[in-house]
Design a protein around this ligand. Structure first.
Ligand SMILES: Nc1ncnc2c1ncn2[C@@H]1O[C@H](COP(=O)(O)OP(=O)(O)OP(=O)(O)O)[C@@H](O)[C@H]1O
Length: 680
C-alpha cells in the first residue's frame, strides 16, 4: 500500500477473483509467491492443501467457493487464434481429459498436423527408403562377398559392386534428406503448437495459467511430446512397417517358406514386442509426465518463493518435498530404462532366432548357399528395422500423458470461438445484486452477507471498506468466479451463473487484482485487451491509464519488452499497463479492483479521473478502492464491513455523516497532505 499509514493494509489477498485474460496471478494469489505451497504444502501459517484456482479466481485450501463447479471449463476471453500470426487454429477435437484416452489425445493433437501432412508423408517415405536402402545394402554386400569367394569373372560382380556403392551413398543421402524433411515439418508444426499453447495458457482463467512451472512444462515437455510422437514414433514406425512388408516380399522371391518364417519373426519383433513393451512401461510412463510437471512447479516455487520460504523457516521442508518427488521420478525412469533394456535384449534374441530359423527353412527348401547367406543377413537387418517399432511403442507410451495434457489444454480453451471482444462493446447492461451471501467455507463467517446493489447501465458505483470487508468477493460474484450461497447476481435479469462462460466476459470485465503482465512488448500486452485495436485506440487507452508519456519516452515505444512478469516496469507502470489493457477491452460493465494501487496520490487521482472519463457513457463501473479520494463524481459509494453494507450514498452525503467513510476520508486526506499529526 502506498496510501499512507492510515490506510489499512491488505491481507495476502488469496482468493482474489481474476477473470481477465492475462490477468492471472502468478501463484496462489496476491502477495503469495509460494504458489499455494505446491512444494508439498509447506508454508507455515497456511493450510497444507494446495491452492486451487476456480475459473476466475483462486480458492484457498482447495475449497471452491460454494456452489462453483471446479471442473467447469474456463472460457477463453481472448481468442488465442487471433494472437497468432498464422490465423485461426485448426479445431482440436475433444480428447478425454486426463485420459486413459491416449489414442484420442493423439488424434486430437494430430489434427494439428494436418497442414503439414504432405511434408510428414514425404519424410515417412524417405525414412522407409533409407531403411530399405540399408537392408538392400546388407543383402547385396552379402551376396557380393559370398559370390566373390568363388572367384567368378569380374563382370558377374560388376552390377553388385555398383549397387553396393550406389546403395551406400544413397542411404547416407536419403538419411540426411529424411532427417531434414522430418525435422522441417515437425519443427514448423511445433512452433505453431507452442504458440497455440502459449496463447491458450494466456487466455485461461484456471490453475493452469496460474502456475508458471506447470505452464512452462506444458510449453516445453508437452509440446516436445508432439515432436517425439511424430519424429520418433509415427515416421519411423510407419517406415519400419513398410520396410518389413518389402523385406518379406523380397524374401519371397528367393524362398516362400523362408519368407513365411521371416514374416513370423517380424510380427514378433514388430507387433508382439512393441505391445509387450508398451504394456510393461505404461503405468510408470503415465506417472512420469505429471511428475515432471510437478517438479517444474517445485523448481519455480522454490526459486521464486526462496525468500518467503526462508523467512518462514520452511526451506528444508520444501526442499525435502521436492527431493521426494525427484527421487520418485528417478526411480520411475530407472524402471523404464531397465524394462527398455530387457525388451531390447529380447528383440536381439528374436532377430537371431528368426535368422537361424530362416536359414534352416531355406536350406530345407533347397535354396543355394549364397542366397541362404543373403536371407540370413537380410533377416537380421529386417528384424533390426522392425525393432524400431519397439522403441516407437515405448516412446508412445511415455508420451501419452504429455499428449493428453496438451489435448486437454487445447481442447478446453483453444477453440477459436469468437469470444474476444472484436471492438468496443456497445450498449449498457443492468447488474443487480439481490441479497447476495457468499461463504467460502461452511461454518465460516460470510464474506458477503445479504448484499443488495444496483448497477444499472451507465451508473458508476464505488465499493469501499476495510481490508477483508468482502470487496473483492463482490467483484468475484459479479465475474462469476464465486457463486452466492444465497441471493442472486443478475445481468439484465439473467443469473450470472446461467450465462455461458464466453458470454459473461463480453459483458463484465476489467482490472482485477494482481493483473499479470507478460514477458512481451507493451503492444502485445495491450492487445490482449482487444486483439484488433488500432494505434489510436492503443494511444487513447494508454493515455487514460497515464502510461502514454512513458511509452513515448521509450526508444522502442510500443515494442518495448516489459520483462518477465513486467519486471522491467515499476509497480505503478505495471498497474497502468494492466489498466490500459482493461480499458481497451471496454466491457459494458467495467470492474476496477484498486486501479490506482501503487501510484502516488497525485498520479492516482489523475489516473482515476481519466479512467472514468474514458469509460463510455452507457457503460457502468464498479470501482473497488481503498482510496476515498476521487470518488466525488460517482453515483453511489457502498461501504462494506464484514460482508455487510454499512453505509451507502454519494461522497458528499457520506463525509457529512459520522461513520467509517467520514473517518477514513479525513484520515486519508490528512495523511496525503502530510498532516497526519493533525488527524482526529
Ligand atoms: N478463496 C477464499 N477462500 C476462503 N476465504 C476467502 C477467500 N477469498 C476471500 N476470503 C475471505 O473472505 C473475506 C473477504 O475477502 P475479500 O478479499 O473479498 O476482502 P476485501 O475487502 O477485498 O479485502 P482487501 O481490501 O484486503 O483486498 C476475508 O475474510 C477473506 O479472508
Amino acid at each position: 500500500m502506498t496510501d499512507g499509514p492510515a490506510v489499512p493494509e491488505r491481507p495476502d489477498g488469496i482468493g482474489r477473483g481474476n477473470p481477465l485474460p492475462g490477468a492471472a496471478a502468478d501463484g496462489a494469489g496476491r502477495g503469495d509467491p509460494v504458489s499455494g505451497a505446491a512444494a508439498g504444502g509447506v508454508v507455515p501459517g497456511r493450510p497444507d492443501q494446495p491452492v486451487r484456482a476456480v475459473p476466475g479466481g483462486v480458492a484457498r485450501d482447495g475449497i471452491t467457493p460454494a456452489g462453483r463447479d471446479p471442473g467447469a471449463p474456463a472460457a477463453a476471453e481472448v481468442n488465442p487464434a487471433e494472437l497468432l500470426p498464422g490465423g485461426p487454429a485448426p479445431t482440436v477435437a475433444a480428447a478425454t481429459p486426463g485420459t486413459g484416452g491416449g489414442a484420442s489425445a493423439e488424434r486430437a493433437v494430430l489434427r494439428l498436423a494436418r497442414p503439414y501432412l504432405g511434408r510428414l508423408l514425404g519424410a515417412g517415405l524417405l525414412a522407409a527408403a533409407t531403411e530399405f536402402a540399408g537392408l538392400a545394402l546388407m543383402a547385396t554386400a552379402t551376396w557380393l562377398l559370398m559370390s566373390a569367394a568363388g572367384r567368378p569373372p569380374l563382370d558377374r560382380l560388376t552390377v553388385a559392386i555398383v549397387a553396393v556403392r550406389a546403395l551406400a551413398v544413397s542411404r547416407g543421402v536419403l538419411r540426411y534428406t529424411e532427417r531434414l524433411a522430418g525435422h522441417d515439418a515437425v519443427l514448423r508444426m511445433i512452433t505453431d503448437v507452442r504458440a497455440r499453447v502459449f496463447a491458450t495458457l494466456v487466455a485461461r482463467r484456471d490453475a493452469t495459467a496460474q502456475r508458471t512451472g506447470d505452464a512452462l512444462s506444458r510449453l516445453v515437455s508437452d509440446v516436445e511430446a508432439v515432436q517425439d510422437l511424430l519424429l520418433r514414433v509415427l515416421v519411423p514406425g510407419a517406415a519400419a512397417a513398410l520396410v518389413s512388408v518389402l523385406a518379406v516380399g523380397s524374401a519371397a522371391l528367393i524362398s516362400l517358406p523362408a519368407a513365411g518364417v521371416l514374416a513370423v519373426g517380424l510380427l514378433v519383433a514388430g507387433v508382439a514386442l512393441p505391445v509387450l513393451a508398451a504394456g510393461l512401461t505404461r503405468r510408470a510412463a503415465d506417472e512420469v509426465a505429471p511428475l515432471r510437471g510437478a517438479l517444474a512447479v517445485d523448481a519455480v516455487d522454490l526459486t521464486h518463493g526462496a525468500a518467503d520460504l526462508a523467512a518462514f523457516g520452511a526451506t528444508g521442508t520444501a526442499l525435502a518435498a521436492a527431493e521426494t518427488r525427484a527421487g520418485r521420478l528417478a526411480r520411475l525412469e530407472r524402471r523404464l530404462a531397465a524394462t527398455g533394456f530387457a525388451v531390447d535384449a529380447a528383440g536381439v534374441l528374436v532377430g537371431g532366432l528368426t535368422a537361424a530359423a530362416v536359414v534352416v527353412v531355406a536350406l530345407r527348401a533347397g535354396v543355394g548357399g549364397v542366397l541362404v547367406g543373403v536371407l540370413a543377413v537380410g533377416t537380421l537387418a529386417a528384424v533390426e528395422v522392425s525393432l524400431a517399432l519397439v522403441g516407437a511403442a515405448r516412446q508412445r507410451t511415455q508420451l501419452r500423458a504429455g499428449l493428453a495434457r496438451l489435448a486437454d489444454l487445447l481442447t478446453g480453451a483453444g477453440e477459436p470461438a469468437p469470444t474476444a471482444p472484436a471492438g468496443p462493446a456497445t450498449g449498457g447492461h443492468d447488474v443487480r445484486f439481490a441479497g447476495v451471501t457468499v461463504r467460502y467455507r461452511e461454518g465460516a463467517a460470510p464474506a458477503l452477507a445479504g448484499v443488495d446493489l444496483d448497477l444499472p447501465a451507465g451508473r458508476r458505483v464505488a465499493v469501499v471498506g476495510p481490508s477483508g470487508a468482502g470487496k473483492s468477493t463482490l467483484a468475484a460474484a459479479l465475474t462469476g468466479a464465486v457463486r452466492p450461497d444465497a441471493g442472486r447476481v443478475t445481468v439484465d435479469g439473467v443469473d450470472v451463473s446461467d450465462l455461458a462462460d464466453e458470454e459473461l466476459p463480453r459483458v463484465v470485465g476489467g482490472l482485477l487484482a494482481e493483473a499479470y503482465v507478460f514477458h512481451a512488448t507493451v503492444r502485445e500486452n495491450l492487445l490482449l485487451g482487444r486483439p484488433r485495436a488500432d494505434e489510436a485506440e492503443l494511444t487513447a487507452a494508454t493515455r487514460a491509464a497515464g502510461l502514454l508519456d512513458w511509452v513515448r519516452a521509450q526508444p522502442e515505444g510500443w515494442e518495448t519488452v516489459v520483462g518477465e512478469q513486467g519486471g522491467q516496469l515499476s509497480g505503478g507502470q505495471r498497474q497502468r499497463l494492466a489498466l490500459a489493457r482493461a480499458l481497451l477491452a471496454t466491457p459494458p460493465v467495467l470492474v476496477l479492483d484498486e486501479p490506482t494501487e501503487g501510484l502516488d496520490p497525485a498520479a492516482a487521482d489523475a489516473v482515476l479521473a481519466s479512467t472514468l472519463a474514458a469509460t463510455p457513457a452507457g457503460h457502468s463501473v464498479l470501482l473497488i478502492s481503498h482510496r476515498l479520494s476521487g470518488l466525488a463524481g460517482l453515483d453511489e459509494i457502498v461501504v462494506l464491513d464484514a460482508g455487510r453494507v454499512v453505509q451507502r450514498g454519494r461522497h458528499e452525503e457520506l463525509v457529512a455523516r459520522p461513520g467509517w467513510y467520514r473517518e477514513q476520508w479525513l484520515l486519508q486526506e490528512a495523511a496525503e497532505r502530510g498532516y497526519l499529526a493533525l488527524a482526529p
